[in-house]
Design a protein around this ligand. Structure first.
Ligand code: S0N
Length: 273
């Protein structure tokens, strides 16, 4: 049951974009295919995540699936061609990879709100989110070796970072499915709640996040991701360091001196130990 008065906006075919109280809720809306994604779904998700990033009112983002049967069942196998997922333009794509990177780089917390199946590429999406709140009917797993695919990027090593190497191998090699209780035990999700309380609980986590310092959350997300994202993670973190420096009087003295056509005076700024 919703505890929030969501306001819907955007012209989308495969998703919904709702906002309220500083929260953006992005919903994959293809329940007849267990919320499997096609290229259009992913382009729309990218657009919605970008809107949430650019909106200064938004401080937390929920990613979810329509209905209570599935969060997302991964790539739409019915439109899988010989070189990726084929959209209306006839081009094969694996553009879920761009969405994964976007979620990782987005400097606001993203919470996966999972009811039903989070399977295949849908499972990877929740792994890429900062936090996961699961309903008691949630089911998690990878299907790659069963359906002729695999995700050797975040889907493999971020999962291993999350649940440990042995468990990650088990999940990928055997393609078993795990219930919400097992997912909680292996650290794959943050909390499990009855299905009817899923949105209420997820919104409560968002409200707690919204009470916290946005810059501190941004820096923490960047710091936690930097280790596993290598140079790309460091680039994000370095950009945030520059942002913080720009906000200091010391950096502003350099800018102002250039504009005033004078020599900068940094003498009042401490040379910290
Ligand atoms: C989700 C499952 C377990 C649900 O089972 P359930 O509840 O018994 O329902 P079903 O009757 O099976 O399904 C209901 C209807 O939904 C359709 N459907 C379900 N999943 C998909 C799907 N993924 N694509 C298309 N249709 C789907 C069913 O067909 C059914 O409709 P009808 O009755 O009309 O046929 C179960 O459905 C299940 O196991 N689904 C398949 C899960 C799966 O294998 N997903 C794909 C895994 N692979 C990826 O996601 C690849 C990710 C990716 O893009 C990628 C990323 C990085 C690198 C490579 C790749 C890559 O693609 O290779």
């Amino acid at each position: 049951m919703s505890t929030v008065d969501w306001k819907r906006s955007g012209e989308y075919e495969d998703i919904f974009y709702d906002t309220a109280e500083g929260i953006a809720k992005i919903t994959i809306n293809r329940p007849e295919r267990r919320n499997a994604f096609r290229p259009t779904t992913l382009f729309e998700l990218q657009d919605a995540f970008n809107r949430a990033r650019e909106d200064g009112e938004i401080g937390a983002i929920i990613l979810t699936g329509a209905g209570d049967q599935a969060f997302c069942s991964g790539g739409d196998q019915k439109i899988r061609g010989d070189d990726g997922y084929v959209g209306s333009d006839g081009v094969g794509r694996l553009n879920v990879l761009d969405l994964q990177v976007q979620i990782r780089r987005l400097p606001k917390p993203v919470i996966a709100m999972v009811a039903g199946y989070a399977i295949g590429g849908g499972h990877v999406l929740h792994v890429c989110c900062d936090l996961t709140i699961a309903a008691d009917n949630a089911v998690f797993g990878q299907t790659g070796p069963k359906v002729g695919s695999f995700d050797g990027g975040y889907g493999a090593w971020l999962l291993a970072e999350t649940v440990g190497l042995k468990k990650a191998r088990e999940i990928w090699y055997l393609c078993r499915q795990y219930d919400a209780k097992q997912a909680l035990e292996m650290g794959l999700v943050n909390a499990v709640v009855p299905l009817e309380r899923l949105e209420e609980e997820t919104v409560q986590w968002c409200r707690e996040l919204l009470e916290k310092s946005p810059l501190a959350l941004r820096m923490l997300k960047g710091a936690i991701n930097a280790v596993s994202d290598g140079a790309a993670g460091m680039q994000q973190f370095a950009g945030d360091a520059t942002l913080l420096y720009y906000m200091s009087e010391e950096a502003q003295e350099g800018r102002d001196a250039f504009k005033d056509k004078r020599k900068p005076d940094f003498s009042r700024f401490p040379r910290r130990p």
